[in-house]
Design a protein around this ligand. Structure first.
Ligand code: GLN
Length: 202
């Protein structure tokens, strides 16, 4: 077991720095992943929020998509927030036709699921896997999980409003994904959960 694992943050596009700070706050070391060789030393990978179509195009152009799929298949823990969740999903609804994902997470996600009226919002979530206190979650043009496969654990759903019941956080073994951006609020419990997952398998 490594107490301070090295976590890569995919740094093609998106809010990389905020994830690095959150990961370092919970005792991990971080490094940026931009090229295939950056994958060699890392114990786990965070895929930040941003724009999943751009991230997908950049990953293809940099020759990173297949290597990312290979390390994922080999069991590397991965955490994706927002666009990162889309990158981990096996199936994406409302994807651009050329959009590719790393996959590995047995869910269907719907991009930009909350519509223009409620493009961005903040809400307190219950996430029992990270403790009893509510988790303040920021959603920005967020995806939602439509159909989790049988091996997928639902960690949180929205509780109120028209979107009640919507799945916004899931885990499948070493893969973790949230529709929201925990790196933006200073609550590091999701990052702590991911680092624990990494520690358990390194
Ligand atoms: N709507 C974006 C996408 O489809 C995700 C937004 C985000 O990561 N904040 O990639």
């Amino acid at each position: 077991m490594t107490s301070s694992p090295l976590i890569g943050v995919l740094a093609l596009q998106g809010d990389v720095k905020e994830h690095e700070l959150a990961l370092e706050a919970v005792g991990a070391h971080t490094t940026r992943v931009r090229a295939v060789e950056d994958l060699k030393a890392i114990d786990g990978l965070v895929i930040p929020g941003g724009e999943s179509t751009t991230m997908s195009n950049l990953a293809i152009r940099m020759g990173l998509l297949e290597p990312l799929r290979a390390v994922s298949s080999a069991g590397m823990p991965m955490y994706g927030s927002c666009a990162g969740m889309i990158m981990l999903a096996n199936t994406v609804i409302d994807a651009r036709p050329d959009q590719q994902t790393i996959g590995g997470l047995d869910v269907t996600v719907r991009r930009n699921a909350f519509g223009r009226q409620i493009d961005s919002f903040e809400i307190d979530l219950e996430i029992p896997a990270v403790g009893e206190l509510p988790f303040r979650a920021v959603f920005i043009r967020a995806p939602l999980v439509e159909s989790p496969g049988p091996g997928v654990e639902v960690l949180s759903t929205l509780r109120r409003g028209g979107a009640a019941g919507t799945i916004v956080a899931v885990r499948q073994g070493v893969r973790l994904a949230t529709s929201f951006h925990p790196e933006l609020t200073g609550d590091t419990r999701i990052h702590d959960l991911f680092v624990q997952i990494v520690r358990q398998c390194s």
